[in-house]
Design a protein around this ligand. Structure first.
Ligand code: B1M
Length: 216
């Protein structure tokens, strides 16, 4: 099966075709990671470039996002956990003012797949909700996502609020999203910046295993 066909369906924002092609790709035993990267995420890059060049507008981007969400729903069970005992707890959300949630959802799916319990706060999350939920569930990791340069300061503000409340050291802070960088993460006192969901899950897993080792 040609994954370019899937990529085109996502790019065109056809949820029906996307669903059909993801099912077909899974039936053809193509690895979910390949379906995701080559068939779906690739399309988001193309759409982003077209938007930047004024070839398409927000309504088209919304259709693409919807097709992506439908495809992800089908893929999620194939990427889900093995049923092993959870190795840790995490909360995740896209920061205040930012509605982009596809990357955040991918991180969530991969964390779940690695046996990490995840509470998803959604997108456009008020700063204080991160503290409230982290304290409520006794999270190990707080993950923040931002896709807009204009919402990166909200990431800093969330961490500042944990510091002000005197609870920052209880959690590991991981940040990500296209405009975020390692130096920005350092600047805002986050513990880790990871460029993609695969790296994020590797880092989270390693540190949770490390903690478990130290505790025993
Ligand atoms: Co928007 N948008 N958008 N958009 N959008 C971008 C981000 C943009 C780069 C497009 C462009 O101009 N080329 C641009 C931002 C420019 C900037 O700030 N530098 C932009 C803009 C300008 C806007 C609006 C302002 C447009 C407008 O209204 N005029 C507006 C803002 C709305 C708001 O948020 N307040 C807007 C709106 C939208 C839609 C709602 C239409 C839609 C989002 C729908 C949704 O998410 N439900 C949308 C989309 C789809 C995009 C693009 C095309 C695709 C984003 C995406 O899903 N990428 C995007 C262009 C692009 O990215 N090329 C664009 C795929 C996704 C898998 O990647 O999210 O980067 P990403 O996640 C990766 C990593 O970054 C990382 O892992 C993920 C998987 O590997 N990661 C983490 C992400 N979060 C992490 C957290 C972690 C770790 C890793 O924690 C541990």
């Amino acid at each position: 099966m040609d994954l370019n066909e899937l990529s085109l369906a996502v790019e065109k924002g056809s949820a029906k075709k996307t669903k059909e092609l993801v099912i077909r790709a899974l039936e053809a035993k193509i690895r979910p990671e390949l379906i995701l990267n080559e068939g779906m995420i690739k399309a988001m890059g193309t759409v982003g470039t077209k938007f930047q060049n004024n070839e398409i507008y927000v309504p088209e981007m919304l259709l693409t996002a919807r097709a992506m969400a439908v495809g992800l729903q089908i893929l999620e069970p194939a990427m889900a956990a093995t049923g092993a005992k959870p190795i840790g707890k995490c909360i995740i959300g896209t920061v205040r003012g930012d509605l982009h949630d596809i990357g955040k959802n991918l991180v969530k799916i991969m964390f779940k797949g690695a046996g990490i319990d995840v509470v998803d706060l959604g997108a456009d999350v008020p700063d204080t909700e991160f503290i409230e939920k982290a304290e409520e569930i006794g999270a190990d990791i707080v993950c923040l996502s931002a896709l807009l340069t204009t919402t990166m300061p909200a990431m800093a503000e969330v961490i500042r609020k944990f510091e002000k409340a005197g609870v920052k050291d209880k959690y590991v802070f991981m940040v990500g999203g296209a405009p975020v960088s390692n130096s920005f993460a350092k600047q805002i006192h986050a513990d880790f910046y990871t460029p993609d969901a695969g790296t994020a899950v590797r880092v989270a897993k390693a540190l949770l295993m490390d903690r478990a080792g130290q505790a025993s």
